[in-house]
Design a protein around this ligand. Structure first.
Ligand code: FMN
Length: 357
């Protein structure tokens, strides 16, 4: 494969390669897709306050989260049904992420099995769970994840009911996540007491994914959760939710650096990642980006996507005048309501490109 020159080329290749149902599965949001758009609008509305005349010859993009060293503060969010996007499924996600030097979070509704995904690479990895059974069922699944080498458990809490995604409904195809055995009633019943029970059987750090208010972040902290993950499921669940980057400062302030804060939702450029870190996130996660990369060309395309993103992170750091992730704080960003004209992170997606591999 010729090397992709930009992440735009990767997304374009995914669109050309994937069957329409898989493309729509990746890009679709709930109902009017307002949450999906809002995530991007809010990121775009932030502008940098760049500092100059600082020596930025050597830049270190690395960081650490829950004891795992990352080459950049960007991890791979759980994506279900990855095997329908690329035959290697979550094993390719794990290999690509670990080879690059970041964390894969493996969905509980993707293939291959927990054991095969865990064995795909020796680096650190986390396991995401949709709670679809009683506590004995949870203990059994989590025990398998632990034995397979997963180091933390991510419980997704923003899918109490399945959302209406019309883009997906146009196809005669249903994602594994919506047809997996076990009743959706367990997801609907999930509450803080269930999370206490899960923590008691987890045997590893527990992270709550889907926090959308400072109030819930505070409860998670008080109940001993190990990290909170600010997410609106990439705009795929509740429509008309707030943009995650708008929620982030409130959550960061409630948590007060006592546990890590992760954020996702529309972060697709190095500058997007740096904005979130400046506002207090410890790491940023992405879903669509690695789904597109796997769809565009499997593990080599995923490795390339991560390297292109890392170069963007490094460039953004140099141009705002910082050399390490720890230097970033809220003084580097300001809200700017002058819309820059587009909510797409890939403005050249539909333009001719004679270098497209
Ligand atoms: C195709 C697809 C499948 C997803 N499957 C899951 C899943 O199985 N479990 C989960 O917790 N989140 C899932 N998510 C949500 C992501 O983990 C993440 O929250 C979201 O994609 C972040 O937004 P972004 O795609 O704009 O980066 C999925 C997202 C996508 C795009």
């Amino acid at each position: 494969m010729n090397e992709f020159r930009s992440t735009t080329q990767i997304v374009r290749a995914a669109r050309a390669t994937l069957p329409p149902h898989a493309w729509d599965y990746i890009v679709g949001g709930a109902e009017t897709e307002t949450t999906l758009r809002r995530n991007r609008i809010a990121i775009e509305r932030l502008a940098f306050c760049a500092r100059v005349l600082r020596d930025v010859e050597h830049i270190d993009t690395s960081t650490t989260i829950l004891g795992t060293k990352l080459r950049m503060p960007y991890i791979l969010a759980p994506v279900g049904s990855l095997q329908d996007i690329h035959p290697g499924g979550s094993a390719s996600q794990v290999r690509g992420a670990c080879a690059f030097g970041t964390l894969p979070v493996v969905s509980s509704v993707t293939q291959p099995s927990i054991e095969e995904s865990g064995a795909a690479a020796s680096g650190d990895k986390w396991f995401q769970l949709y709670v679809r059974g009683d506590i004995d069922w949870v203990a059994e699944v989590v025990g398998r994840a632990r034995a397979a080498g997963f180091r933390a458990l991510v419980i997704t809490v923003d899918v109490a009911h399945y959302s209406n995604r019309e883009r997906q409904r146009r196809h005669d195809w249903v994602a594994d996540g919506r047809k997996a055995p076990g009743g959706p009633e367990f997801q609907a019943r999930l509450n803080w007491e269930t999370l206490d029970q899960i923590r008691a059987v987890a045997g590893m750090p527990v992270i709550v994914k889907g926090i959308q208010t400072a109030a819930d972040a505070q409860i998670a902290l008080d109940r001993g959760i190990d990290a909170v993950w600010v997410s609106n499921h990439g705009g795929r669940q509740l429509d008309h939710a707030r943009a995650t980057i708008d929620i982030l400062p409130e959550v960061v302030s409630a948590i007060g650096h006592r546990i890590p804060v992760i954020v996702d939702g529309g972060f697709m450029r190095g500058t997007d990642i740096i904005k979130a870190i400046a506002l207090g996130a410890d790491a940023v996660a992405g879903g669509k980006m690695h789904a597109w990369a796997l769809g565009a060309g499997g593990e080599p395309a995923l490795a390339r996507m991560l390297e292109l993103l890392r170069i963007e992170v490094e460039t953004a750091m140099a141009l705002i005048g910082v050399t390490s992730i720890g230097e970033l704080d809220a003084t580097y960003v300001a809200r700017d309501d002058n819309r820059a004209g587009s909510i797409t992170p890939f403005p050249l997606l539909d333009e001719p490109d004679e270098t497209q591999p």
